[in-house]
Design a protein around this ligand. Structure first.
Ligand code: AKB
Length: 318
C-alpha cells in the first residue's frame, strides 16, 4: 500500500535530500514537505509543500487529517550549538514540538512516526569509544537533554498507547546540498566549501576531536531502511548508527590528497565543550542485527565524492 508521508523540517540539511528520495520511491504527491518558511523551489517542483509550525497543535492535526497522512518523519529540530545559545528555544522546538507530533500520532492513529535522535544523547559519563546502543545517557547539552526526552517519550508512547515510534541517533552528517545549521559537527561540511573556495579553513574544534560521522547518501538510506523495517523485527526503538569516525586533522589530510595547497588552522570555541562530551566512536551492531544497517561510505570515498559534487555545484575546479 502506498504511504502518505509528511516530513517536517523539509528544507533542513537532511530534509531536503530525504524528501527528494522519498518522492522518487513513493511518488511526488504522496510525500508532503512542510516547514515554517516559504520553501526553496526544489521542494515544490515534484510534490506538495505546506507551511506548518508543529507547535500549533490545531494546524498539525488539521493538516494530517486533510492530507490523509499515515507516516510522519519529524525532522524539525534545533541543533546542539544553537541549543546552547538558546536552550529555551531548543526546549520548545525539540521537546514540545516532538510531544505534539507523538500526541497527533496517537490521537489520529497514524501508522508510524520517526523522530531523529543524535549521538548527543550521550554525555561525559558514557563510555566514549565504541559506545554501545544501551548505555548511560546523561548528556550535558540542552540538545542532548531534548533528544533523550524524545527517545523516552517515544518509547513510552509505544508501550503505553501502541504507536509505532522509531528513532535514529544520527552522528554528524556531511552533505553537498543544503548546509547544516547550528550543529557541533558542521565543521565537517564547512571545511569542504572553504577548501574549494579559499584553500584554507579555520576549524572551531581542536585538531584531535574525534567524532562519529556519516555521508548523506548513507543517512538517507538508513532513514528509509528504518521506516521500511518490519515492526516485528525491532526489539529496540532507538538506534545507534555510524559510518566512520575522524578528527578535523584526519579530514584535512584527506582533503589535501586532492587539494595539496589546502591549509587548516584551529581556533576552538564553545562548541569544543559539546564535542568533548560526545562519543568518539559508536557501536551500531544493534541496527545491523535488527534491520540490516550497513553504511557504504568511509572517509576516503566520502571526501572524493563530496569534492566532486560540490565543485560541480559551485563551479570551482580543483
Ligand atoms: C549537531 O552537531 O548538533 C548534530 C548532531 C550530531 O546531532 N549534527
Amino acid at each position: 500500500m502506498a504511504k502518505r508521508i509528511l516530513v517536517t523540517g523539509s528544507y533542513g540539511q537532511i530534509g531536503t535530500e530525504l524528501v527528494d528520495e522519498l518522492r522518487n520511491r513513493y511518488s511526488g504527491e504522496n510525500v508532503i514537505a512542510t516547514g515554517r518558511k516559504k520553501p526553496p523551489e526544489v521542494l515544490t517542483e515534484d510534490g506538495p509543500y505546506h507551511r506548518l509550525d508543529v507547535l500549533d497543535e490545531t494546524q498539525l492535526h488539521t493538516l494530517l487529517v486533510e492530507l490523509n497522512v499515515d507516516t510522519v518523519i519529524h525532522n524539525a529540530s534545533v541543533l546542539s550549538a544553537t541549543g546552547e545559545k538558546n536552550p529555551q528555544l531548543a526546549y520548545r522546538t525539540n521537546i514540545q514540538g516532538s510531544f505534539n507530533v507523538l500526541e497527533a500520532t496517537r490521537a489520529l492513529n497514524l501508522d508510524q512516526v520517526q523522530i531523529p535522535s543524535s549521538i548527543a544523547v550521550f554525555g561525559p559519563s558514557t563510555p566514549r569509544e565504541n559506545t554501545p546502543n544501551d548505555t548511560i545517557m546523561r548528556p550535558t547539552s540542552m540538545y542532548g537533554v531534548s533528544k533523550v526526552a524524545i527517545e523516552l517519550l517515544g518509547e513510552y508512547y509505544t508501550k503505553r498507547f501502541g504507536i509505532d515510534f522509531r528513532s535514529l541517533r544520527y552522528p554528524g552528517i556531511i552533505s553537498s546540498e543544503a548546509m547544516p545549521g547550528g550543529g557541533t559537527t558542521d565543521y565537517a561540511v564547512e571545511i569542504f566549501y572553504e577548501a574549494l573556495k579559499n584553500k584554507k579553513y579555520t576549524c572551531f574544534l581542536r585538531k584531535d576531536s574525534m567524532l562519529p560521522m556519516m555521508y548523506m547518501p548513507d543517512c538517507i538510506k538508513c532513514t528509509i531502511d528504518l521506516m521500511e523495517a518490519k515492526e516485528e523485527d525491532l526489539a529496540h526503538r532507538s538506534f545507534n548508527i555510524t559510518a566512520m569516525s575522524f578528527t578535523p586533522e584526519d579530514i584535512a589530510n584527506e582533503i589535501k590528497k586532492h587539494i595539496p595547497e589546502f591549509e587548516i588552522e584551529y581556533e576552538p570555541d564553545y562548541r569544543q565543550d559539546i564535542a568533548d562530551s560526545w562519543p568518539k566512536s559508536i557501536d551500531d551492531s544493534v541496527a545491523r542485527e535488527e534491520w540490516g544497517w550497513e553504511p557504504e561510505y568511509d572517509l576516503e570515498s566520502m571526501t572524493k565524492d563530496m569534492l566532486e559534487k560540490l565543485s560541480e555545484r559551485l563551479d570551482i575546479e580543483y
